[in-house]
Design a protein around this ligand. Structure first.
Ligand code: XMP
Length: 327
């Protein structure tokens, strides 16, 4: 099948009506392409794969098998949400793989950021391939490729990661129902398919997840500190009405400790760094001005609720000279 290209004349999908028309058209196309065959999809819970899953569930129901790999580097509540939404509400065929120990064991003691990324990427493929081999009669692989992925790989900005790394006998035909959409359109379509707002409006999250926010060698306790602090930050940003206004915000817990006082005793604990940036293309980024009262609330909540953190810092550095992530 020829690779699909976004028509130059295509109207930007900005309304529920336009989204419904797109969904109806795609469902017909998906049914024609897939027939009575089976589709496999790696469902991370991010916007793109979630919208692809919801679309395929509507088009072919149980002919779709979703595989959600929990690599232990997801944000708090994410694996549970994937199970609740897709298995609970949409009645999908969902295989949940708890691979937390496997990933963290592979990553133990690894300090180099690129090496960490490679291990996470390779272990993900290994786990996915093992699950795929257990299934019979799969003909298609669903993918959350979107139009900027195509544009960026054509421009040489990023190697398009999708479909990469699968062995020859698992090179299924691709099903890419959001391939010609821009990100904002994917969100409108996802909303129309009934996905929860917290999934559709999710901020960008790197593939290696919290792994790159736990600089140096990842340990379970420091990873847990990043995850808990991140959950508090997201909660407070949402309560302050900043959730949809700041492009990306997260916490980092570096691998060093400083002195503090807790319950009248000297303690030696980690700092937690908050980063909140705005950007249009992630190539450059500016730092958000956070209200001081919100900062104080974050400091008091994070130091009280994350017992291994005794300082909270704010990263004021734009990109460049800093990157958005810390490694
Ligand atoms: P940097 O840190 O390069 O990040 O300024 C720019 C954007 O890319 C995200 N990012 C990644 N996304 N895999 C991903 O899928 C990665 O390895 C990765 N590293 C950074 C980052 O979160 C930001 O949105």
């Amino acid at each position: 099948m020829a690779l699909e290209v976004r028509p130059a004349t295509m109207t930007r999908i900005t309304t529920p009506q336009l989204a419904r028309a797109y969904i109806d058209e795609r469902i017909d196309m998906l049914r024609a392409q897939i027939g009575d065959k089976k589709v496999l999809l790696a469902l991370s819970g991010g916007v793109d794969s979630s919208v692809v899953a919801a679309m395929l569930i509507r088009a072919i129901g149980k002919q779709l098998t979703c595989v959600h790999v929990n690599h232990g580097l997801l944000r708090k509540g994410e694996p549970e949400q994937v199970i609740r939404v897709f298995r609970g509400e949409m009645d999908a065929n969902l295989i949940y793989v708890d691979a937390v120990d496997r990933f963290l064991d592979q990553l133990a003691g690894v300090t180099d950021p690129e090496q960490k990324r490679k291990i996470i990427g390779k272990t993900f493929i290994d786990v996915f391939v093992e699950e795929a081999r257990k299934l019979d009669g799969i003909s298609f692989l669903g993918q959350g490729t979107i139009w900027p992925d195509i544009l960026e790989s054509e421009a040489g900005i990023k190697a398009h990661h999708n479909a990469g790394g699968l062995p020859d006998d698992l090179r299924f035909e691709l099903v890419e129902p959001v391939r010609i959409l821009f990100k904002d359109e994917v969100r409108v379509v996802g909303r129309e398919l009934g996905l929860p707002e917290s999934m559709v409006e999710r901020q960008p999250f790197p593939g290696p997840g919290l792994g790159v926010r736990c600089p140096g060698a990842i340990t379970r306790d420091r990873l847990e500190a990043v995850r808990e602090a991140d959950a508090i930050l997201r909660e407070e940003f949402a309560a302050a009405g900043l959730a949809g206004k700041v492009w990306q915000y997260f916490t980092v817990v570096p691998d060093f400790k400083s002195t503090g006082i807790r319950d009248g005793k000297r303690v030696f604990e980690w700092p937690c760094i908050i980063r909140a940036v705005n950007t249009t293309d992630a190539m450059t980024a500016t730092v958000e001005e956070i209200p001081f009262a919100l900062m104080q609330k974050l400091v008091s909540r994070i130091t009280a609720e994350v017992r291994s953190v005794n300082r909270v810092l704010y990263d004021f550095t734009p990109k460049p000279v800093a990157t958005i992530e810390w490694e």
